[in-house]
Design a protein around this ligand. Structure first.
Ligand code: SF4
Ligand SMILES: [Zn+2]
Length: 363
């Protein structure tokens, strides 16, 4: 772990102010679920997504202030949620999805907790056991995916999970964000080094002989204080690193501006813009050409004021193209639009404080 305080120690204060504005809600109101077409390890299938309320990400609540782009903590009930309550909420959301559409054919269950599922302070051991026992009854569920910071990955915890779903793939998705320590520690304030991450992957890789366990990484496209060009280069290199060390899948998360974050403050001052959608396209082209694991580009927020943006004419077209290739993993075809030249210029000439995406959005 790295306790150095980056960004002039701004983040704890920003987080404190943001937390004061959070309206407390009862835990079940923070829960949600939905389902949709998705790419599984076995090919196209369906994923059921379930968001469970937990006390909130321990890293965001610690003195560090958490990560510079993330406000998930604002969606948490910020109070302890008992094991019984968590399991009950899981059952309600899971049943709702099964009633919408029965589980038949390749299915994945993805459980989000806006923090770390493997941290027993966030999800008590009894709750995770019961939830996994319920899931294990469904033969067509091929994969169970949870998110965690790497410091909670231990052999003991992983074995415990894997034994509960011995025939299913258990995937731990970790927000590595970047393979570059300076970017991750100083600009994102992620608080763990590449060595820390590598250790968690070593544990996962060692257990592959006994279980169907996988590691997945999320990579942030364009952290704060990062130019368009650097964002593209860092994303490509980080995915290549992930593939080399045995990560099973990569998901890119291009920045969207969350409320109450340093990213939002810089954006309001004109010192930060989320990436162009052209950059997202460029990244998946280059990465799919050079790695042989599935690579997903998250398109949430594409074409919105706070998200990745090109121009009104091509935002949706490119978003649809990316979604399609996320499922079939092909390299997207060449697309043209009048705004592409501006992106090319931005990649070539923009520095941290100037970005033509700003002008495009205000047109
Ligand atoms: S990105 Fe993950 S680790 Fe960072 S504050 Fe958000 S939930 Fe916590
Ligand atoms: Zn365009």
């Amino acid at each position: 772990m790295n306790d150095q305080q980056p960004l002039n120690n701004l983040l704890p204060d920003i987080r404190k102010k943001a937390l004061k504005r959070v309206k407390k809600r009862p835990p079940h109101e923070s829960a949600a679920s939905w389902s949709g077409e998705d790419l599984l390890y076995s090919g196209p299938g369906r994923s059921i997504f379930i968001v469970l309320p937990t006390p909130g990400c321990a890293w965001a609540l610690a003195g560090s202030g958490g990560c510079s782009m993330c406000s998930y903590i604002a969606d948490s009930p910020l109070e302890e949620v008992s094991s019984e309550e968590l399991v009950e909420i899981f059952k309600v959301e899971f049943q709702r999805q099964i009633q919408n559409q029965e589980i038949t054919g390749p299915t994945a269950i993805k459980i989000f907790v806006s923090g770390s599922f493997l941290n027993e302070e966030e999800i008590p051991r009894e709750a995770r056991r019961e939830i996994f026992q319920i899931i294990n009854e469904y033969d067509d569920v091929e994969e169970v995916v949870v998110e965690s910071r790497p410091e909670y990955v231990s052999e003991e915890v992983l074995r415990d999970f894997c034994q509960l779903i011995p025939d299913k793939i258990f995937e731990v998705a970790m927000g590595l964000e970047s393979a570059d320590d300076t970017i991750r520690l100083q600009r994102i304030n992620k608080g763990f080094t590449l060595e820390d991450f590598q250790k968690s992957m070593d544990i996962i890789n060692q257990l592959k002989s006994d279980f169907k366990v996988q590691g997945k990484v999320y990579l942030l496209v364009k952290p704060v204080l990062t130019s368009e060009r650097e964002a593209i280069e860092d994303a490509v290199k980080s995915a290549q690193y992930a593939a080399e060390i045995g990560v099973g899948r990569v998901a890119f998360c291009p920045s969207t501006i969350h409320k109450g974050t340093l990213m939002e403050i810089l954006w309001r001052r004109g010192s930060y813009q989320p990436p162009w959608i052209w950059s997202a396209l460029e990244i998946i082209k280059r990465v799919r050409e050079s790695v042989n694991i599935p690579v997903i580009m998250d398109t949430a927020g594409f074409g919105t004021r706070r998200g990745p943006y090109n121009c009104k004419k091509c935002n949706s077209k490119l978003k649809d193209l990316i979604i399609k290739t996320n499922i079939n993993q092909t390299i997207p075809e060449e697309v043209e639009c009048d705004c592409k030249n501006k992106w090319v210029a931005d990649v070539e000439f923009s520095d941290v404080t100037r970005s033509t995406t700003n002008l495009m959005k205000n047109r």
